[in-house]
Design a protein around this ligand. Structure first.
Ligand code: CA
Length: 315
């Protein structure tokens, strides 16, 4: 006799062969291709192998629970981030981290993720260009200057030509001169940061660039000579110092610096000699409480006089 290849219909017809609720029925082995087996369709506990299935299904369930918890935490983190930067209407906020040096890329990604950002990574200019153009969730590009297939300056220019709305933060540990920074800013970079820099400063810069800024909000800018004498300043800088613009000109900016005055004076000298200097200090305004600020010093030559531009941002 030729045996049917699939014997289940025969078993279903004879409940005695498999029904577990029938106590009087011994497990009857049925033959399939010459092998004996006690396994039946709705009796998962009848063999050790079925126990394995149950364990596996439990582990899948607990893994699914874990994933759900993680995804809820991610959703919450993303919501908090969007609130922090005042953009609750953005469904996704991703930063494109472009860096070919793996440890540096890894570290920046960790810092960004810790602050709630979704991070996408690229290690070449070509990939970064494609990613930035093709992925609308990318709201900012953090861009290393030295890349294997081009430099960050060129890429910055190309990005700005195609997605002018996306801020570009250039970051480098090598190109530290005021000239390099000017080149970056001239090609459209929104910020030019020097490594090493503290994580909170990186996040502060990125948050600020993504924040919906109230119309007319401008950074405080003060221009001094190489010794710190104030030559010019804008209105926001006057408000920070609690001085009128006229009242501030001719004073030494160093007199408004707290305990770090010596360090800031050294930074001023470096900036006057053409280095970019980024630091934090305590600002002591006239008749007001002191507070922490970050400063970004940029030197330049103006009619034979070296001047330094201070961009000051309260922390
Ligand atoms: Ca590099």
């Amino acid at each position: 006799m030729v045996r049917a290849a699939f014997p289940w219909p025969a078993l279903y017809h004879d409940r005695r062969l498999w029904h577990p609720a029938d106590p009087g029925t011994p497990a009857v082995p049925f033959r399939r291709d010459g092998q004996e087996s006690c396994s039946t369709p709705d009796d998962p506990g009848s063999t050790p192998k079925s126990g394995g299935v149950r364990a596996r299904s439990e582990s899948i369930r607990s893994r699914a629970d874990e994933l759900l918890d993680r995804s809820a935490a991610l959703i919450e983190r993303s919501r908090a981030l969007r609130q922090r930067i005042g953009r609750p209407d953005w469904p996704e906020v991703a930063v494109l981290n472009v860096e070919d040096h793996e440890p540096a890329r890894f570290l920046r990604t960790r810092i960004l993720e810790g602050a709630g950002y979704t991070v996408k990574e690229c290690d070449s200019a070509g990939d970064a260009f494609e990613a930035a153009l093709g992925d609308p969730s990318i709201k900012l590009v953090l861009l290393d200057v030295g890349l294997p297939d081009g430099d960050g300056f060129q890429l910055c220019e190309q990005l700005k030509a195609h997605r002018a709305d996306v801020p570009v933060v250039m970051i480098t540990s090598i190109y530290r001169s005021a000239t390099a920074r000017r080149q970056g800013l001239d090609l459209g970079a929104d910020e030019y940061l020097l490594e090493p820099l503290p994580g909170h400063r990186l996040i502060g810069t990125i948050d600020r660039l993504l924040m919906e800024s109230p119309p007319g909000s401008k950074p405080a800018i003060i221009t001094t000579d190489g010794t710190g004498t104030i030559l010019a300043l804008n209105e926001p800088a006057g408000r920070l110092l609690n001085l009128s613009v006229r009242g501030a000109i001719g004073r030494s900016l160093l007199l408004f610096v707290g305990a770090e005055r010596d360090r800031v004076a050294r930074g001023l000298q470096l900036a006057a000699s053409g280095q970019v200097v980024q630091d934090e200090m305590t600002l002591v305004p006239r008749e007001r409480k002191r507070f922490k600020v970050e400063v970004d010093l940029n030197g330049s030559e103006q009619s034979d006089q070296s001047t330094v531009e201070w961009k000051i941002q309260p922390l």
